[in-house]
Design a protein around this ligand. Structure first.
Ligand SMILES: [Fe+2]
Length: 241
């Protein structure tokens, strides 16, 4: 295993609010490479509305990017995934194979509305697990409005969920509340992944190195490597973390 593995990236051009075109996607790839990232799971936004064409469109845009990327930076591996905006239809869409899982594994990246109630998140996680999937909750620090947040995350983890934070939130670029929550989760060893959630090269670039250096200094090299490499490596092999 070599380099960081970024499990959250809006790098596929022209499919969501991430890279606008191939040129921008290639700039993002080069920036990610400079940060030390060697594998990226592309995770475009998906809101399942029985749009059967969505998967096909994502897949063809992804394959086009992958082909270009292999020529430009052959050391960087790309995989297809998605960031699922959870709804009642999500499990159905996954079972019908109309929503990409992370790199074809049973892991999925899922987000909920930041203002939704805990019992809705818990119910969603439960249904995904019952459906046979391993849910990774995207940018978990956005749920800092949940009362008793850390205990709730402990419960979600005990059910079988995994937690991902954005590198930018850990370094403070997403506000004080998000930073405070990531700190608490790191202190308790409750995070599983740090990823970039990059959308472009300027306002939301694929920065991760600075965050990981600070994480290693405060919480240990071993944990920083788990969050940026080892857990994601297990994910790519579809093994339990
Ligand atoms: Fe995202």
């Amino acid at each position: 295993m070599e380099g960081y593995i970024d499990i959250h990236s809006h790098i596929i051009p022209g499919v969501d609010d991430g890279a606008r075109n191939m040129e921008e996607a290639l700039l993002m790839l080069a920036a990610a490479y400079r940060e030390g990232i060697r594998s990226i799971i592309a995770t475009p936004h998906v809101s399942y509305r029985r749009d059967e064409d969505r998967y096909r469109k994502l897949e063809s845009a992804f394959l086009e990017l992958k082909e270009r990327a292999e020529k430009e930076i052959p050391e960087l591996k790309l995989y297809l995934g998605s960031e699922i905006n959870y709804s009642q239809d999500t499990v159905y869409g996954l079972c019908k194979k109309e929503i990409p899982t992370l790199a074809g594994t049973s892991y999925i990246l899922v987000e909920f509305q930041p203002f939704c109630e805990y019992r809705y998140i818990k119910g969603g996680i439960q249904s995904l697990i019952m459906g046979g999937y391993k849910p990774v909750i995207a940018h978990v620090e956005r749920y800092h409005r949940l009362r008793g947040e850390v205990e709730m995350f402990e419960e979600l983890i005990s059910m079988g969920a995994y937690l991902q934070s954005n590198a930018m939130s850990i370094t403070g670029g997403a506000g004080r509340e998000s930073k405070k929550l990531t700190k608490r989760l790191l202190q308790k060893g409750l995070l599983h992944f740090i990823a970039t959630d990059s959308h472009n090269v300027l306002s939301r670039p694929p920065d991760i190195a600075k965050c990981l250096t600070a994480t290693a200094r405060k919480y240990g090299e071993k944990y920083a490597k788990e969050l940026s490499m080892h857990n994601a490596d297990k994910l790519l092999r579809d093994r339990y973390i």
